[in-house]
Ligand binder design. Structure first.
Ligand code: C5P
Length: 428
């Protein structure tokens, strides 16, 4: 990697198998244009879809393919490969490579580099929807997220295999933007040129939870709350539109990953908490997820069989962690502003205020979910903003409008915390 481009950030890009591998060619082009040095490791599976020559031509560097090649080892060992990078990116990340990473295998160059590296790792999965949804893949991802690996995508849409669902690699522009964001200070100049961060929340980090959580009973059944994720996703987008660097931690929804921000997909409350912790420190946390209050204590490893005439299985439940309360607890990593939601069917403002005190958060958006409001899955929401200064009912408006208004209020808070009623740690 040349000295000039190394000053703007160095990426070690691991390309594993999958039809989506062609998208990394465009990603490399964009990164190079932004002044980032890119060096590629191509797995055997990846080489079925892109050639070392195309990667080499675009990255303007040699491509590493084989752990056991004496030339590679003498010129550049696997330790050295990751040592010379600021960020390791796996795109596309196949189910197989994710499994190797989770298990700590080191049976080829890519897996060895990933086991040996102490650099931040970003994975962009791409695979068939059933492989993505398989509990093995989801468990592997949860393990990786817990260890601090960040995740972008996958997107939802029609797949090369003819099926529809989550599993598509994120688009090259979004992948390149996510990489530039993670390169941070080292690539600040390059990022500025590629994607000027403007707006009142530029330089602020935000974490948004969205969607339901699924608490598995066995590999095919789960218990969950009702939530479309539309309000949470809209808030993540609205904060990003004002310049914030947003991590969206989302339970299973049918919504596509919003472009231009990092989406971490999880299933259970425990995974949601782990992904939130991994995203800290942030300035702003908005907990819009409908987290299940309980999880199933003894999760069946195999599908529980129905027994004709027999009694239904008894489910023993255990309480889930309260993510909002955990994030609101005083501590070095407490976000400057924590916002929660309260879904109520009566006395919305009073109950919302009590919830604000109980959770220890700064603001509560209390919404009326009584029958006839159409809040669940609908386009509109009626909320009351509750701060230390009291309750402020907002008119019924679309979830996007609620999100935009909240994002504006958050921006105003950071401009002058004394005016906007946050009781938490003062913003600088
Ligand atoms: O206690 P309740 O579920 O009514 O609180 C709602 C608020 O708390 C929402 O902001 C929700 O995202 C958050 N919450 C959480 N973790 C839980 C339960 C709720 O973050 N386990």
């Amino acid at each position: 990697m040349s000295e000039e481009s190394a000053a703007r950030g160095r990426v070690l890009l691991i390309v594993s198998g999958g039809i989506a591998a062609y998208k990394v060619l465009e990603t490399i082009r964009r990164l190079k244009q932004a002044g980032v040095a890119v060096r590629c490791v191509l797995t055997r599976g990846g080489a079925e879809f892109v050639t070392p020559l195309s990667l080499q031509a675009l990255s303007e560097d040699r491509v590493y393919t084989d752990l056991f090649s004496l030339t590679d080892e003498s010129e550049m060992g696997h330790i050295e490969l990751s040592r010379q990078a600021d960020l390791v990116v796996v795109a596309p990340a196949s189910a197989d490579l994710l499994a190797k990473m989770a298990a700590g295998l080191a049976d080829d160059l890519a897996a060895t580099v990933l086991l040996a590296t102490d650099k931040p790792v970003l994975v962009a999965p791409a695979m068939n929807v059933r492989m993505w949804e398989h509990p093995a893949t989801q468990d592997n991802l949860a393990t990786l997220i817990r260890r601090g690996v960040s995740l972008i995508g996958p997107n939802e849409g029609p797949m090369a295999c003819g099926e529809y669902g989550p599993g598509r690699l994120v688009e090259p522009a979004d992948l390149a933007a996510a990489i530039l964001r993670r390169l941070g200070a080292g690539a600040g100049e390059a990022e500025e040129r590629a994607q000027p961060a403007a707006g009142p929340l530029a330089g602020r980090k935000a974490l948004v939870t969205s969607g339901p959580t699924h608490e598995p009973i066995d590999p095919v059944r789960y218990i969950a709350n009702r939530s479309s994720g539309r309000q949470g996703h809209a808030i993540a987008e609205a904060l990003a539109a004002l310049g914030a660097e947003v991590t969206l931690v989302s339970g299973p929804t049918h919504l596509p990953d919003p472009p231009g921000l990092a989406t971490v997909r999880i299933e259970s409350a425990e995974e949601m908490l782990a992904a939130c912790r991994a995203a800290l420190p942030v300035d702003i946390a908005v907990c819009a997820a409908a987290v299940a209050d309980w999880t199933v204590k003894a999760r069946g490893a195999a599908k529980i069989k129905k027994q004709a005439g027999g009694p239904p299985p008894a489910l023993e439940l255990a309480e889930n962690p309260d993510i909002l309360k955990t994030l609101s607890a005083p501590g070095a990593e407490r976000p400057a502003l924590v916002v929660g939601f309260a879904a109520e069917t009566e006395e919305v403002a009073q109950l919302g205020a009590k919830k604000r005190a109980r959770k220890g958060c700064d603001w509560i958006l209390a919404n009326d979910v009584s029958e006839g409001t159409g809040t669940f899955g609908g386009d509109e929401n009626t909320v009351t903003l509750i701060t230390a200064e009291g309750a402020e009912p907002w008119p019924t408006q679309t979830k996007r409008a609620v999100a935009a208004r909240l994002a504006e209020r958050i921006a105003a808070h950071f401009e002058d915390p004394s005016r906007t009623g946050a009781a938490g740690k003062a913003a600088e």
